[in-house]
Design a protein around this ligand. Sequence first.
Ligand SMILES: [Zn+2]
Length: 279
Amino acid sequence: MSADSIHAGTGPAARPWRPAAAIKASVVLHAGGLAVLAAAPEAWTAVLAAVAANHVALFGASLAPRSGLLGPNLTRLPEAAVVRREIAITFDDGPDPEITPRVLDCLDRAGGRGTFFCVGRSAAAHPDLVREIVRRGHAVENHSQEHSTAFGWYGPDRLRREIGAAQTTLARLAGRAPAFFRAPFGIRNPFVDPVLARLGLRYVSWTRRGYDTVDDDAARVLGRLAGRLDAGDVLVLHDGMATGRASRGQPAVLDVLPRLLELAGARGLKPVTLGAACG
Ligand SMILES: [Zn+2]
């Protein structure tokens, strides 16, 4: 099954790609640079400097995960969800046979729902875990096929294959095509948005992240997530790959999540899936 058949079948409908203002400005700058070169070739150093500055700016935007410069970026839940006192707790990099079932148990005990940004390759290796996530009422979304550290350097074709392969894998296993995409490491380049538009995917980053893959101190991770916990928050933890481990050897997420859910409950906040929150 190809990415196109998902898009045409059970997947979300493609949306028209509207280049963000920064992309339009970059296209105009490049076209203007060519026009200047044609009319006055001796101005090549100024043109080169302007184009180089533009590329540095776009590169900077790629590295700023919560930036909306390169396209729409969901960093908080919509107002309707805020009114309903909802939050979205999201888990990246799974599924993992050791961690994901324990995260699911924890969510179940608190009556909360979570959103799992799965890596296509890991999902294919643990298909039963994907089905279990869905069976228990949680959501499976797209976090790329391979989760490569080179993701930010991929061109349009490679991105289409990488995101499309995960979309196909996850749709087949979850029985529903993902509606949201989060880039590995939160790095997206200017070519990502057109690919997402074609697949009908919405880009999601976060309100706050716990940094639980690099910090094994559960209290600090919890503090980052819950210090200013409020309705509409989109929070990030990890249920796979290089998850940080607290001092007694347990992945930090398993120490943090019960306390986070308790705090949310005490503040009258309801953890729901991204799809439920965004309608
Ligand atoms: Zn990740």
